[in-house]
Design a protein. Structure first.
Length: 77
């Protein structure tokens, strides 16, 4: 499991982010304050305060972790 800080401050970023992580068969959680939502849920993401950075928890330690980090690099802070 790895946690990184990301920014999803536009509608287009949210759409591309969900499309990018949906290709992986792992769980992804977004944590904002006391809220934890499924990062593959567009509606869930829009329920968060997107003006602030959000913590993304990636639930894998496998070989795909490096691939995932490369895919989400444009969103990381």
């Amino acid at each position: 499991m790895k946690t990184v800080r990301i920014s999803l401050n536009s509608i287009d970023k949210v759409k591309t982010f969900v499309n990018d992580i949906s290709q992986f068969n792992y769980d992804f959680d977004l944590v904002s304050g006391r809220y934890v939502i499924d990062a593959k849920s567009i509606m869930g993401i829009f329920s968060l305060d997107l003006s602030r950075p959000i913590d993304l928890t990636i639930h894998t330690d496998g070989e795909d972790l490096e691939k995932i980090l490369k895919v989400i690099d444009p969103y990381m802070m």
